[in-house]
Design a protein around this ligand. Structure first.
Ligand SMILES: Nc1nc2c(ncn2[C@@H]2O[C@@H]3COP(=O)(O)O[C@H]4[C@@H](O)[C@H](n5cnc6c(=O)[nH]c(N)nc65)O[C@@H]4COP(=O)(O)O[C@H]3[C@H]2O)c(=O)[nH]1
Length: 701
């Protein structure tokens, strides 16, 4: 008895086989992508049912397409058993293909198991027809069908394993191609199995039913396609969710790395911040402990940066800081770390420099790089102190302190230079710190006093003014001269309080003298370079004058010429405001600084004080100084400035200055600095003898 095939149903069976294969390949990816074992199991179970049903359905629909010239049907229980076998085969396939690795042994065992299950499904399904007499199988075709089942299972497993992680587009094309191949193999196995079956003439089907096989096949096929479609849709949704989650995880890790960068870098310069610097120094220290690799740190402080910032604005200041950071980074090695400590302070960690000379060379390069930043009055310079591990310390804090101390010394040496740390420096710094603390108390406790040194006109020796000079009456150390604490006050910032106190004290004294009816000459007060840039200094000065009811003409400021020219030029605005207030300004210590006479024209000042080092040799056959003093006086007069000679100690010097047409003199010859009461007497005598040319000899201070 020969069977025939309904080709419409056969086509449906092929479609179902291909779709089932595609679903299987798609679900393998879901099983292996699941992060939780519960999800993996759910995908495996659902996938096995969908795929198994697909394969079984192909077989079942294929069977329905087969028609014998007798009434046919299928036993429900045996059919269910064949379905179960297909599901079992699918679960094994999905499980193996979703593993992290697919060894040859595993592939072979899996393929054999699957082939047996699929063949089992097929032949069990055939048995569900309950043919009487039984179906006779051709062993050759059975063998071929088993071989096809084995080859198809092996290929299916291998393809599923390798296609599970390919990209979506390539994945679809790959999976579709593989599905057609696998579908064809399943169909091939089915029809080889069918070819093996011989139905003896007169056979009857024990499970014959009245159901129309076209309708039954359509129903089973449609339900299966629906089931497979549902599984594919669920897999697609899960994949989308997975890619969305992956996107979120990526964004989160991006945000994390930005946060990590921000927490370890300076937002303005993008250099390392303190946090990262600490990490790098700790790493360098570890390397030193393990491999004895030396390293150094360079502590860098920009010179006068606060002034630039105040004068040119914070935006310009920020740009300069950025450029300074970039300039430093450009001259150090890739493995070195340039960090900003805040403000205008930087630390560079220099790796593996074996000698102090090598450290010095890099520090010089850093100085040069910084000096290229900015132009005109905004050109930068820096002071650098270096400390080396293990020579100057083997702990982060020790090295940073040593670098800081050395930098401090470099600053005191006159800025724009480099200094390596030496152990003796620590004592000096400690001493300075003690003086600083004492001075802070001294200002508050009234231990400071102002002395006055008179100034006279050279020609008629009339009192023309006085310079207020501060002294520190230390309860234990006695009288301390200003040279020993002004520098410390400037470096520690105490100069603001100190000079405010001096100004207040001088104005109060002028008021007292005026109240005594004295003709008080202008009193000069020294103004530190640091304070001259204080925006509110003119207002504060005016407030102090107002507080004591003293006219501005009684006051004069002396600013020192040893300031860098650019710093004085930056102070032009402040000086103009003093002029507008009626407070005169003298340029002190002229000749000791940059001695650039050309810039004098730009300064709104009224007086020029020649430094005492030029006066010392006058009259002692020193032609050089005579010529210098002569030209300074000539130039000052051309600029309509009054000239005062400082440090006049001899009559000879006095006569010389007179001959050079110097306007005023100040020095031990005419009077040393004296307390207010003593100077008051000089003023009183001068007032009484007004008009007479008198030279007062005062007791020494
Ligand atoms: N060898 C010699 N020296 C003479 C002669 N005549 C005056 N002197 C000294 O020369 C210094 C003149 O003051 P300076 O150049 O402004 O130099 C001052 C000034 O720069 C600074 N200073 C004093 N008081 C203040 C202050 O209130 N504020 C600031 N910022 N600095 C001050 O301290 C420096 C030193 O002050 P002093 O020790 O009082 O020293 C004074 C004075 O005693 C002389 O004929 N021969």
């Amino acid at each position: 008895m020969f069977g025939t095939y309904d080709y419409r149903i056969t086509v449906l069976a092929v479609v179902v086989a291909i779709l089932a294969s595609y679903t299987a390949l798609d679900l393998v990816g879901r099983v292996s992508a699941a992060t939780r074992s519960r999800d993996a199991f759910a995908w495996l179970a659902a996938g096995a049912v969908a795929m198994g049903t697909g394969i079984w359905s192909m077989h079942f629909v294929g069977m329905l397409a087969f028609e014998l010239p007798i009434e046919m049907g299928y036993d429900i229980h045996i059919t269910a058993l064949s379905w179960l076998m297909a599901v079992l085969a699918s679960s094994v396939a999905l499980f193996l293909a979703s593993r992290a690795a697919l060894s040859r042994a595993r592939l072979l065992i899996g393929a054999v198991f699957m082939a047996v299950s699929i063949a089992g499904m097929h032949y069990t399904g055939m048995a569900a027809m309950l043919m009487e007499p039984g179906i006779v199988y051709d062993p050759l075709w059975v063998g071929i069908s088993l071989l096809i089942a084995l080859a198809a299972s092996g290929a299916a497993l291998w393809i599923a394993f390798y296609l599970r992680e390919v990209s979506r587009v390539r994945g679809f094309a790959g999976k579709a191609g593989a599905a057609v191949f696998m579908g064809a193999a399943i169909v091939g196995m089915h029809y080889a199995g069918m070819a093996a079956a011989k139905f003896p003439i007169g056979s009857i089907c024990g499970a014959a039913s009245q159901l129309d096989s076209v309708w039954l096949a359509t129903l089973v096929g449609a339900c299966t396609i629906l089931l497979l479609g549902t599984a594919l849709t669920a897999a697609a949704l899960d994949r989308r969710l997975e890619s969305h989650t992956a996107q979120l995880i990526y964004s989160l890790s991006e945000a994390n790395s930005s946060l990590r960068h921000a927490s370890r870098h300076d937002p303005l310069t993008n250099l390392a911040n303190r946090h990262l610097l600490h990490e790098r120094v700790e790493q360098a220290l570890m390397q030193w402990r393990e491999k004895k690799t030396r390293f150094s740190i360079a502590y860098i402080d920009l010179d006068g940066f606060k002034v630039i910032n105040d004068q040119l604005g914070h935006d310009v200041g920020d740009q300069l800081l950025k450029r300074a950071g970039a300039a430093m980074t450009s001259v150090v090695r890739h493995g070195d770390t340039v960090a900003r400590m805040g403000g205008d302070e930087f630390i560079v960690v220099l790796q593996g420099l074996s000698t102090q000379e090598a450290v010095a060379r890099v520090c010089e390069k850093l100085l040069d790089a910084i000096a290229q930043v900015g132009e005109g009055s905004a050109r930068l310079s820096a002071s650098i102190g270096s400390a080396t591990c293990p020579r100057d310390g083997t702990a982060l804090s020790d090295l940073v302190t040593a670098g800081d101390v050395a930098m401090y010394i470099a600053k005191n040496k006159g800025k724009n230079c480099y200094q390596a740390y030496e152990s003796s420096m620590a004592t000096r710094i400690a001493e300075e710190y003690t003086v600083q603390e004492d001075l802070r108390d001294a200002i508050q406790d009234g231990e400071l006093v102002v002395y006055y040194q008179p100034k006279y006109s050279t020609r008629d020796r009339q009192l023309t003014g006085a310079e207020a000079l501060v002294r520190w009456e230390h309860p234990d150390k006695g009288m301390i001269p200003p040279d020993q604490f002004i520098g410390i006050a400037e470096r520690s910032g105490l100069i603001n309080d100190l000079e405010s106190w001096v100004l207040d004290s001088v104005c109060a004294q002028i008021r007292r003298w005026l109240d005594m009816g004295l003709e008080v000459p202008p009193i000069s007060v020294n103004l530190s370079a640091i304070r001259i840039h204080n925006e509110d200094l003119p207002e504060r000065t005016q407030a102090c004058l107002d507080k004591h009811g003293v006219a501005a003409s009684y006051l004069m400021f002396e600013i020192t010429e040893s300031l860098a020219v650019r710093e004085i030029l930056r102070a032009v605005e402040a000086l103009k405001r003093f002029s507008a207030m009626g407070v005169r300004v003298a340029l002190d210590d002229f000749g000791t600084g940059h001695s650039s006479l050309s810039y004098l024209r730009q300064l709104p000042i009224q007086q020029l004080k020649i430094d005492r080092s030029f006066i010392k040799d006058l009259g002692a056959c020193d032609g050089d100084h005579v010529e210098i003093v002569r030209s300074i006086i000539g130039l000052a007069h051309a600029l309509r400035l009054r000239v005062v000679a400082e440090g006049v100690e001899t009559e000879q010097q006095m006569a010389f200055l007179d001959s050079l047409d110097c306007d005023e003199v100040q020095g031990f010859l005419m009077g040393r600095p004296v307390p207010a009461a003593a100077f008051g007497e000089v003023v009183a005598q001068q007032s009484g003898r007004a008009g007479k040319a008198t030279l007062h000899m005062l007791p020494g201070a």
